[in-house]
Design a protein around this ligand. Structure first.
Ligand code: GLN
Length: 283
């Protein structure tokens, strides 16, 4: 079988699940990986026969895609801010919105990290995409990161190693965590999806990504934000900054909560899709 024929065979089925643009993209990612070809080459080599072994590998990836498994889980990697991260079912797949949050922090902090001992704490690390990227692009900082899940910490450690950065890892629950150290920046992308928003989620997220990293109870959707804000009040240095990724529907509530806890200079930013997505505040 040649590449073009295989694509034709899977196109319709993938399109009904993912839409035509994404279906094309997914097919080319799978083929690039297995055949070790760039996307352009792939377009030109549609007539090329696929060897038996490569065909088996490709069919296995395409079958996984058909049952809704995320491509990042199939390939066991995700791209984030120009870096490659290992991912599995124990960590959230890094999202473009989180790249925007990281970009905000890097742009604000890059002129400030020449002071001695600039410390950043990331809460709820998952794959480690936030702390690893920050350390890569703000090398003069000391970065600690915390997660309740030992399995997530394991993935984050491997990613730090893969990118070649040093980070301090802590396995702990932020709801009860106490710590001596003070930080210049505290950042978090905690779970923020409510049950009532589950209907908006795609099956490949709902069925394959860790619920521990995604969901909060409808009655107390800011539970992690409140705990992190309280923690930040005691553990930020004077003028230290708190950065959150937020639920697009909870921007106002999050700002009110921060005001109640005496945070100042509260700034809300939208993501590329125009949704309320990030907050920065100071004590
Ligand atoms: N933005 C992610 C999603 O839409 C959720 C991230 C989170 O809960 N912190 O799936």
């Amino acid at each position: 079988m040649n590449i073009g024929a295989l694509e034709e065979q899977y196109k319709l089925e993938l399109m009904s699940l993912y839409g035509s643009e994404e279906a094309k993209w997914l097919f080319s990612l799978a083929a690039e990986q297995v055949l070790n070809l760039s996307r352009n080459k792939l377009m030109m080599l549609k007539d090329q026969e696929i060897s038996f072994i490569n065909l088996q590998k490709l069919l296995s990836i395409l079958n996984d895609l058909q049952i809704g498994k995320p491509i990042q889980h199939i390939l066991e990697e995700a791209h984030f801010y120009g870096l490659v991260f290992k991912v599995n079912e124990n960590v959230l797949i890094p999202r473009p919105e989180t790249e925007e949050l990281v970009e905000w922090i890097i742009s604000v902090c890059s002129s400030r990290t020449n002071v001695d001992d600039f410390k950043i704490l990331d809460i709820g690390t998952g794959s480690g995409c936030i702390p690893v990227t920050l350390k890569k692009y703000l090398p003069n900082t000391r970065i600690s990161t915390l997660d309740i899940s030992p399995e997530a910490i394991e993935v984050a450690k491997q990613n730090a190693l893969q990118v070649g950065v040093e980070i301090d890892f802590i396995t702990a629950n932020i709801l009860t965590f106490q710590y001596e150290e003070k930080f210049d920046v505290i950042v978090s992308n905690p779970p923020y999806i409510r049950d009532l928003e589950k209907g908006e989620m795609r099956d490949n997220v709902l069925l394959h990504e860790p619920h521990l990293a995604l969901f909060v109870r409808d009655e107390n959707p800011l539970i992690f934000y409140k705990a992190i804000a309280d923690f930040a009040k005691t553990n930020l240095k004077p003028k230290g900054q708190l950065y959150f990724e937020i639920n697009e529907y909870l921007g106002e509530e999050t700002i009110e909560m921060l005001k109640d806890k005496d945070f100042v200079n509260i700034e809300l930013r939208k993501d590329m899709q125009g949704k309320d997505r990030m907050i920065r505040a100071r004590i």
